[in-house]
Design a protein around this ligand. Structure first.
Ligand code: ATP
Ligand code: MG
Length: 333
């Protein structure tokens, strides 16, 4: 049986990229195989590595939990919890930070991209992938579903597991990233196709949030960047903007790219955008209703997350006991 771990930042509300690139994969795993254990962590400690607003972070944690439930994540089948509630994440982060090097972290693309956005680069932003490895390794995860943008971070986690096992004896599985290879898993910003759709994008117009109203979705898709060719075709390299819409359209209607393109034969980009917007709105409508329902009951959300943290803690504490024993830390005898 697989041990699946996934983390998601409560930086902003969940967007279509997270949904198609990550959450849909969690749902498939949750429904597929009941012997797999699935751990989903709202990684709030990762969210303080960039400038943040505390009341907003707290709100976003609840919004994230509500959204995941609305998408169909079932706390009876998955362990869903908030990272900062389980202290062992920080503890293992510290230990792992002695097992890798500064040059290795400095060349990671996410660090390069995000450090450009701030004047003084916080140490936390630099160590971010080490904390991410700690998240994965605490639960001895074997499979980590992620978007393609996280591949280098998963490779760092693999390196840390091998390094630990080599120095202190076999303890951690070397995890396998689970990435859809058909490329449907990478959703681009609607405004700048050189970037992926992202929660922390300062320009909200490029991102469709699951909680957006139908009007907002219409407006954002209408203004999505395309090109000067008016018919619809799929070629991510030469026509990234239109292809991004085709990709989104195929996913939300559960059709193939070919079907979607064939059905759009008679439409120009303007008309096609209306069709895509309608499909996205229809797909997200029930999810949005469920988000509102869960958000109206924060007490229940908080209780559910605490139950999840209890379950996570049991595994995490056991792992830390083993780690400290191997390293000669503490007064274990
Ligand atoms: P941030 O900008 O704060 O990093 P994000 O939008 O990149 O936020 P994360 O919380 O970092 O979202 O990632 C959650 C999951 O969603 C990860 O598995 C990530 O690979 C996936 N993901 C994020 N953005 C996209 C995207 N545009 N397309 C496909 N998958 C994505
Ligand atoms: Mg990210």
């Amino acid at each position: 049986p697989r041990k699946v771990f996934s983390g998601i930042q409560p930086t902003g509300s969940l967007h279509l990229g997270n949904y198609l690139g990550a959450v849909r994969k969690w749902l498939q795993m949750q429904e597929q195989n009941s012997s797999d254990s699935i751990t989903i962590c709202i990684v709030d400690m990762h969210s303080i590595t960039m400038p943040h607003n505390p009341p907003m972070l707290r709100d976003n944690i609840f919004t994230m939990a509500a959204t995941l439930l609305a998408c169909g994540i079932d706390p009876a089948k998955c362990t869903l919890f908030v990272q900062s509630a389980v202290l062992e994440h920080s503890e293992l982060n510290w230990i792992l930070s002695s097992l890798t090097t500064m040059p290795r972290l400095a060349q990671l693309p996410q660090f390069k991209e995000k450090s450009r956005q701030v004047r003084d680069v916080p140490l936390g932003l630099y160590v971010y992938p080490v904390l991410q490895a700690a998240d994965i390794m605490l639960y001895k995860a074997t499979h980590v579903p992620v978007g393609i943008d996280q591949l280098q971070h998963i490779q760092l986690a693999q390196h840390l597991a091998r390094n630990f096992n080599g120095r202190y004896g076999e303890l951690f599985p070397v995890c396998t990233p689970v990435i859809e290879q058909d490329d449907g898993s990478r959703v681009l910003s609607l405004r700048d196709v050189s970037k992926k759709m992202s929660k922390s994008d300062p320009n909200p117009k490029g991102t469709i949030n699951l909680a957006d109203s139908p009007e907002q979705i219409k407006e954002k898709i209408k203004k999505a960047v395309t090109d000067f060719t008016s018919d619809i075709s799929y070629d991510p390299n030469t026509r990234p903007g239109v292809s991004n819409l085709v990709n989104i359209h195929a996913h939300v209607t559960n059709s193939s790219i070919a079907t979607v393109v064939e059905e759009a034969k008679t439409l120009d980009t303007g008309r096609y955008k209306e069709r895509v917007a309608d499909a996205v709105i229809e797909h997200l409508r029930p999810i949005r209703e469920q988000i509102d329902r869960h958000m109206a009951n924060r007490k229940e959300l908080s209780y559910m997350l605490e139950m999840g943290a209890d379950r996570a803690r049991q595994v995490a504490q056991q792992t830390m006991l083993e780690v400290k024993q191997r390293l000669g830390l503490g007064t274990y005898c």
